[in-house]
Design a protein around this ligand. Sequence first.
Ligand SMILES: [Fe+2]
Length: 257
Amino acid sequence: MRVLFIGDIFSTPGMKVARDYLAQAADEYDFIIANGENAAGGFGITRKHFEQLRNAGVDVVTLGNHGFDQSEALELAEETPRLVRPVNYPPGTPGVGWAVFEARSGERVSVAQAMGRVFMDPLDDPFRALDDVLEGVPEEQAVIVDFHAEATSEKRVMLYHLAGRVSAVIGTHTHVQTADETVFKGTAYITDAGMSGVQASSIGMGFEEVHARFVAKLPRRFRPAGGHGTLNGVVLEIEGRHARSIRRLQWSAPTGG
Ligand SMILES: [Fe+2]
């Protein structure tokens, strides 16, 4: 089974490049996951964005710390398991932290998301939360984990924790694609899949306002960077529970920057 994981889609340029890429490449994949927590101007996702991604061929949209910035996402999470939020949120949080889906190859694939706790808001233990998820998944089925976390060490220790037990641990949230993709004990891994959006930016936001906050120490409202986006992601080849390969992907429209 060939799986595409699209890294954090950031604002309008990220949505555009993701849809442009999928318009010509969605057929190449058996299953497509996209992190969409920054689709709405960097802060959350609306029903419109979710539907646009679904219509473009995305099977599951994962969230993160900005997942519920737009209240529409709270409603949406109650309506569909195809919007997956962190599994280690408090009990009673709307939506699901993992679910089982059917790929176009006919195989079953579980998608789970957990959020890290280093340099992030306190949450339940993501390691134990994912152990609990695995108890519910039949053996031999693919399991793909989006680990939305800040610290490289926490992400790499999640690989160690889940190695051989899941098909892939894909890091998201830090928005710069890392070059450490590997298959370790049958588990594909990358510390960060990168951001789908304007790369000449401060992880998606325009430089000017972020610079002003750092240098002048004055409050400035961040604005998403404008321009052509580049899609960042990874392509996974999975057989049963185990990954055979992981390949980084960076794509921009031929006419774009
Ligand atoms: Fe995030």
